[in-house]
Design a protein around this ligand. Structure first.
Ligand code: ADP
Ligand code: MG
Length: 616
C-alpha cells in the first residue's frame, strides 16, 4: 500500500495550533497585552470594536522590533524570550512559547507597526491568514502597534461559536482586569467602540484595585503581607462583610501572572472559615513572588495554570498569612454561622444603632430562693417565629399592595391539573396534610400517594411567574423610597446595569442617577424590600455575565429569575403548617409548576403502588 502520511503545510499547522492559544477575542487581548508588557512598555492602549470581533488593537511604547525581528515574530516558535529549555525555569517574561503572533496571524488580518527607539523609521507588516501581504518602511512612534481584524475570518465554525458582544466584552474586561491588577506601574487605557472604558494611571496596588472596582473598595481591603524564605505574599483580602453571594473578586497572581488554582483558592477560603456565611465568597487580590525555579508555567497553552514544587507548604503559608491578617485587623468570626433563620433580627432593627449591653447585677439575687427564674436571662434570644408569614411570599401578598388581586383574573392553565393531582373531591383535605422534612422539603399527601416538593425551587417558580406577570401585564408599579438608595458597584457592573436599565425600569426600578461606580435608586418594584436590592442586582449581573444563551435572552425574564432567586425562601428555613400549605397550593396555581425557573424539578411524586413495591 502507498504511504499516506504527509506533513501538514505550515499555514494549516498554524491554524490548528491557533485553536489552543486563541479561543475568543479576549485571548488575543491577553497575548497582545502580555507582549507589550514584555517589551517593557510603560503606557499601553487597548482599542476594540464589536467586542473584539472586528478589531483588537494594542499600542505600546515599549522597545519595538528591528526589521528582521518584525518579520520573524510571526513565525511559529519564534521568541526572543528563551533560548534553551533551562530558561523555562528562569522566566521573567509573560511569553516564552513564541506562538501567539503566529497563531493570531493564521486566523485573522493582522497589521503590525513597530519602531525601536534609536531608529528613524519603523516597519509595517500586513499579514492575513499566515501569508504576508506587504512589508514597508513607515514613520511611526517608538514602540509597537498591532491590529488584529476579523478574527476567525477563515474558520467560520469558530466565528459562529463566539458569544454575544456582551459576553465577549465581559471576557475581554476580565483579561484586562487581570493584566491591569498585576501591573499597577503601567498606565493602561481601554477604548470600546470609541468610548473609553478604563483610563488607569500608574500607581500602587491599592490604587489600581480602587480605580478598577470603585472608590468604595478602598475601605474593604485588608492588607496581607508575609515574607518567608520560599515566598513573598502581599496584597489584600476583602473584609468578610463585603463578600459576595454569587462570585468573589478573586485574583491570584504568581510572579505577576494571573493564575487559576482551585487548591490555593481553597487555602484562602479556609482562612475565612467561620467568618463567612454559607455560600458567600471572599474577595482577594493576592500577589505571590516565588523563585521561578520552583514553578512550571509550561503546562497549559494559555499559561493560566501552574505547577508548584511544594504546593502543600504554599497552601499552609497562604492560609496562615490570610488568617493572620484577618485576626490582626480584628475581624472575629461571626457566631451565628449556621443560624436558625427564626432567630433573625427583624429587618427594621438592622439599621438601628446597636445598644451597648448593660450589665445589671441583682444584688438581692439568691439562687436558692425558689422564685429565681433562669429563663428571664435568655429573653434576648427569644425565638421570633414568623408570625407575619405573608412576608415569605413577597410578591404575592405583601402589605399595602394588592398585587395578588391584580392578577386574580389571570387564567392559570394548570388549574385543572391541580385538581387531578390532589383528587377532585376533597382537595383541601388532602393538601392540609403537609409535613416539612429537614427544613428543605414539603411532603404532602396526594390522591395517588405522596408528593415531595423542594421549597426553594417551588417558591422560585411562584415568585418568578408573579414577577413576569407584573412586568409584562402591569408594567412598572413602583414604590417611592423616602431616601434614595445608594449602591456601590464596580465600573463593569455599572455597565451591565446601564445595559439593563430599561428592563429594570419596566419592572419598577426608578434610577435617579447612575454614576461611574454608584447607582442611586429612587423607586423599587412594589414587591422588593429595600434590603434585598443589592442581592437581586448582583444575581442579575452575574447571570448576565454567565453566558446567557443569546437566542432566547430576555432581560425581563432574567430579571424575574434573579428576583425570584434572591427572594425565594431558602432551604434550611422552617415553615409553619399554613405556610407549607400555601406553598403547595400556590405552586400548583402556577403555569408550569413542574420546574423551577431554571428548569429543575420542583417536586417528585411517589405512588402508593411504588411504596407497596418497596415493602415486598
Ligand atoms: P512570545 O511572547 O511567547 O515570545 P509571541 O508570538 O507573542 O511569542 O511574540 C514573538 C516575539 O515577537 C516576542 O518574543 C518578541 O520578541 C516579539 N514581540 C511581540 N510583540 C512585541 C511588542 N509589542 N513589542 C516588542 N516585541 C514584540
Ligand atoms: Mg507573547
Amino acid at each position: 500500500m502507498a504511504d499516506i502520511i504527509q506533513l501538514l503545510p505550515d499555514h494549516v499547522a498554524n491554524q490548528i495550533a491557533a485553536g489552543e492559544v486563541v479561543q475568543r477575542p479576549s485571548s488575543v487581548v491577553k497575548e497582545l497585552l502580555e507582549n507589550a508588557i514584555d517589551a517593557e512598555a510603560t503606557t499601553i492602549k487597548l482599542i476594540i470594536k464589536d467586542a473584539g470581533k472586528t478589531l483588537v488593537q494594542v499600542i505600546d511604547n515599549g522597545k519595538g522590533m528591528s526589521t528582521t525581528d518584525a518579520r520573524l515574530s510571526f513565525e511559529r516558535h519564534a521568541t526572543s524570550k528563551i533560548r534553551t529549555a533551562d530558561d523555562l525555569f528562569q522566566l521573567h517574561t509573560k511569553g516564552f512559547r513564541g506562538e501567539a503572533l503566529a497563531s493570531i496571524a493564521a486566523i485573522a488580518h493582522v497589521e503590525l507597526k513597530t519602531k525601536q527607539e534609536h531608529d528613524d523609521v519603523g516597519n509595517a507588516i500586513i499579514i492575513e491568514g499566515s501569508s504576508i501581504v506587504s512589508q514597508d518602511i513607515v514613520v511611526t512612534p517608538k514602540g509597537t502597534s498591532i491590529s488584529v481584524k476579523n478574527l476567525f475570518f477563515n474558520i467560520p465554525a469558530r466565528r459562529n461559536f463566539l458569544k454575544s458582544n456582551a459576553v465577549e466584552l465581559r471576557h475581554i474586561i476580565d483579561e484586562f482586569h487581570r493584566v491591569a491588577l498585576a501591573h499597577p506601574n503601567i498606565s493602561l487605557s481601554f477604548f470600546n467602540n470609541g468610548s473609553d472604558v478604563f483610563n488607569l494611571s500608574m500607581g500602587n496596588y491599592r490604587q489600581r484595585i480602587v480605580s478598577i472596582f470603585g472608590n468604595k473598595t478602598n475601605e474593604k481591603l485588608v492588607p496581607v503581607e508575609e515574607t518567608t524564605e520560599v515566598l513573598k505574599i502581599s496584597g489584600f483580602v476583602g473584609k468578610p462583610e463585603f463578600s459576595k453571594k454569587t462570585r468573589g473578586e478573586q485574583y491570584f497572581f504568581v510572579n505577576d501572572r494571573f493564575i487559576k488554582s482551585g487548591y490555593l483558592n481553597h487555602a484562602i477560603s479556609s482562612a475565612f472559615d467561620g467568618l463567612l456565611k454559607n455560600g458567600l465568597h471572599p474577595s482577594y487580590f493576592l500577589y505571590l513572588t516565588v523563585n521561578p525555579q520552583t514553578i512550571d508555567i509550561n503546562i497549559h497553552p494559555t499559561k493560566t495554570e501552574i505547577k508548584f514544587d511544594d504546593e502543600h507548604t504554599l497552601y499552609a503559608l497562604l492560609r496562615s498569612a490570610v488568617k493572620h491578617s484577618l485576626g490582626q485587623f480584628n475581624i472575629a468570626p461571626v457566631l451565628d454561622f449556621e443560624r436558625d433563620p427564626n432567630l433573625d433580627t427583624p429587618y427594621d432593627y438592622n439599621k438601628s444603632e446597636a445598644n451597648n449591653p448593660v450589665i445589671e447585677v441583682d444584688r438581692s439575687f439568691n439562687p436558692f430562693k425558689e422564685s429565681y427564674n433562669p429563663g428571664k436571662q435568655t429573653t434576648a434570644f427569644k425565638t421570633q417565629t414568623l408570625t407575619n408569614w405573608d412576608s415569605l411570599y413577597v410578591g404575592l401578598e405583601s402589605k399595602g399592595n394588592d398585587f395578588r388581586k391584580e392578577f386574580s383574573e389571570v387564567h392559570f392553565e394548570s388549574e385543572e391539573s391541580t385538581e387531578s393531582i390532589f383528587g377532585s373531591d376533597t382537595q383541601a383535605e388532602y393538601v392540609q396534610t403537609t409535613y416539612q422534612l429537614h427544613n428543605k422539603y414539603i411532603v404532602s399527601t396526594i390522591k395517588s400517594g405522596m408528593l415531595i416538593l423542594d421549597q426553594y425551587r417551588a417558591h422560585q417558580r411562584i415568585l418568578y411567574e408573579d414577577f413576569l406577570k407584573s412586568m409584562t401585564i402591569k408594567e412598572g408599579m413602583s414604590q417611592q423610597l423616602l431616601f434614595p438608595l445608594e449602591l456601590h458597584f464596580s465600573t463593569t457592573d455599572i455597565d451591565i446595569i446601564k445595559q439593563l436599565k430599561q428592563d429594570l425600569e419596566h419592572a419598577g426600578f426608578v434610577f435617579s442617577n447612575i454614576h461611574k461606580d454608584l447607582v442611586e435608586i429612587m423607586g423599587l418594584p412594589v414587591n422588593i424590600p429595600e434590603h434585598d436590592v443589592r442581592n437581586i442586582l448582583e444575581y442579575l449581573i452575574s447571570d448576565v455575565e454567565n453566558e446567557v444563551p443569546d437566542s432566547n435572552f430576555s432581560a425581563t425574564d432574567l430579571l424575574a429569575k434573579s428576583m425570584a432567586k434572591s427572594l425565594a425562601i431558602k432551604r434550611g428555613q422552617s415553615l409553619k403548617k399554613d405556610e407549607q400549605e400555601h406553598l403547595v397550593n400556590s405552586l400548583f396555581a402556577c403555569k408550569e409548576p413542574n420546574v423551577s425557573p431554571n428548569n429543575k424539578a420542583t417536586f417528585i411524586t411517589m405512588s402508593v403502588d411504588e411504596l407497596d413495591k418497596k415493602f415486598i
